[in-house]
Design a protein around this ligand. Structure first.
Ligand code: ATP
Ligand code: MG
Ligand code: MG
Ligand code: MG
Length: 527
């Protein structure tokens, strides 16, 4: 992207977006705007500098840890640079909504987000400043929120189809409890930091941690090398024990774990059942405290043992007082060999043990059904149509849906390039056609203008999409290379051949096919 003149580095994880990049970003945004509008979402803009108060109410001021850019104003009040906007929008909507009559509501924005990433890398793929589209939905019931979720998924598929880069939707796990759902949208790419596992038989796709997390325990036990911890564990605001499976920040499915445990008579896992008030938190990121653990599955007694240092002594005491101890070691549970089968297929009697194939992938979008995770602590409530008791207020059912727009731009390039440079899908190419006149000769200059007019008259879609590389002080060869590097879908050369025969040399970037056509034939290419 730097060589093609799309971006320039400002500092670690921070980039200036140059005109060509901005044109592509704009196109991605227009596609998103269209689909958001189609599902009745309205666009707004929330402040990026956020007061700490709501973040403290939801517990994320602590749990966000060092990824949060924190700052103080001259009076010493605490703020952060928004890494995401759940708190802000929930507070806003909470103030505006009083009754079920004002719901449902869908609001989204496109703007900058800030995360002090541990390892900013690959330019826009993991920046410390990045552009995100974030949609938040507000419904009166879980069922309505689920319907909204399904509708947004369709809108997301439309967005990704229009952009035209092959994508994979990674399902967190099917049969989730409490209506909690989460999907990730990925582009497959070698540089991707995520691992997506797909089954060639049934099409099941999941993020690595989740795929393994959904396997029956027998399949997970083993001495596999654990790249990342798959289980996390924490105490919620109301002091409930939470055991959750790491999957890009979200809790998987503890109930499935329990079912699998009893099926396989892994008594020690019963600890989960024994703690009566276990609560599945919707969003792992928002648990106050968490510790990486994995389970050891063959203990006769239940023992809870924390393999990592505790962050807080009180929590340790609380866990000890539960007298349920599980020994946990990284890797005990997690077998990363492809020898593991597809969890969906392994449940059906027809076919089983279909291996999951791993692919590196880039997470470009993430959807999540939030429930009342934010509306409860921030008191975003409404008066229901049929209250159970006088003056009853219910928390709004929410969903949140992100697309990393600047990451998407870089990810499109990562999934579409060759040794000559970028190959833009025409949907988001900075310009669709680049005309290169080989000289200042009046005949060529006139032909350039004619070609430009012809192209923009062929279809309104080419309006504003034709660029003339008039840097005739640079050699034709240089400019051809440059055009291939930037990756315009079509390059048209007006040179010697045109002067001799009136024919234009047209290069298709994707196939590198060269067409030799006269003016009249050009429209056939675009119609
Ligand atoms: P990752 O797992 O890559 O760190 P995330 O799961 O933390 O991403 P979300 O909180 O789900 O990210 O944010 C929604 C979207 O924002 C992501 O799907 C991704 O496309 C984008 N995004 C997140 N972090 C970054 C970043 N540092 N730079 C660019 N885009 C990002
Ligand atoms: Mg992250
Ligand atoms: Mg993630
Ligand atoms: Mg995510």
């Amino acid at each position: 992207m730097i060589r093609a003149g799309l971006i320039r580095r400002s500092s670690s994880g921070m980039y200036s977006l140059l005109p060509l990049a901005l044109r592509s970003l704009d196109k991605i945004e227009r596609i998103i705007d269209f689909e958001m509008t189609s599902i009745g979402a309205q666009k707004l803009s929330l402040s990026i500098l956020l007061s700490a108060s709501t973040w403290k109410q939801t517990g994320r001021w602590k749990s966000a840890g060092s990824e949060l850019f924190r700052l103080k104003d001259r009076k010493g009040s605490e703020y952060c640079l928004a890494p995401t906007h759940e708190e802000e929008i929930t507070q806003l909507v909470g103030h505006e909504i009083a009754s079920y009559r004002q719901l449902p509501l869908r609001l989204y924005q496109i703007g900058k987000k800030y995360r002090d990433e541990m390892r900013p890398r690959y330019g826009l793929l993991r920046g410390r400043e990045f552009i995100m589209k974030d949609l938040y939905t507000f419904d009166t019931s879980e069922e309505a929120a689920l319907r909204t979720y399904e509708e947004v998924l369709i809108a997301y598929k439309n967005i990704f189809n229009k952009i035209g880069v092959p994508f994979v939707i990674a399902d967190a796990d099917s049969g989730n409890i409490g209506g909690t759902k989460s999907h990730e949208f990925h582009f497959l790419s070698q540089v991707g930091e995520d691992m997506i596992l797909t089954c060639s038989n049934c099409g099941y796709s999941a993020n690595e941690e989740r795929a393994y997390g959904s396997l029956p325990l027998t399949k997970q036990a083993g001495n596999g090398v654990n790249k990342k911890p798959i289980f996390n564990f924490g105490i919620s605001k109301n002091n409930r024990l939470i055991i959750c499976i790491l999957g890009s920040g979200y809790v998987l499915n503890v109930f499935k774990l329990k079912a699998a445990a009893s099926e396989n008579s892994f008594e020690d896992i019963q600890i989960v059942n024994d703690i009566k008030d276990i609560q599945i938190n919707n969003n792992f990121n928002e648990i106050d405290i968490y510790i990486d653990i994995t389970f050891q599955t063959n203990l006769p007694d239940l023992e809870l043992f924390l393999s990592n240092k505790l962050f807080d002594e009180n929590i340790y005491k609380l866990i000890q007082s539960n007298k349920h101890i599980i020994t946990m070691h990284h890797g005990d549970f997690h077998n990363t060999s492809p020898g593991d089968g597809c969890p969906i297929c392994s449940m059906s009697s027809v076919s089983h043990n279909n291996p999951l194939i791993g692919h590196n992938a880039i997470e470009v979008g993430h959807t999540f059904l939030l429930g009342t995770k934010y509306s409860e602590p921030l008191k975003a409530t409404f008066a229901p149509e049929t209250p159970q008791n006088m003056g009853e207020l219910r928390p709004i059912q929410m969903g949140c849906y992100g697309i990393g727009i600047s990451r998407m731009l870089a990810a499109i390039i990562e999934s579409s390039y060759d040794e000559h440079g970028i190959i833009w899908p025409s949907s988001v190419a900075p310009y669709r056609v680049c005309i290169i006149p080989n000289s200042d000769e009046p005949l060529i200059q006139q032909a350039t203008r004619n070609l430009f007019d012809l192209l923009t008259s062929i279809s309104h879609e080419l309006n504003g999409e034709v660029l003339i590389d008039d840097r005739t002080n640079l050699s034709l060869g240089y400019r051809i290379k440059d055009s291939e590097l930037v990756g315009y879908p079509w390059m048209m050369i007006l040179g010697k051949r045109f002067l001799e025969s009136g024919r234009v040399e047209i290069h298709e970037r994707r196939t590198r096919k060269i067409l030799d056509v006269n003016f009249d034939e050009i429209k056939n290419i675009f119609l």
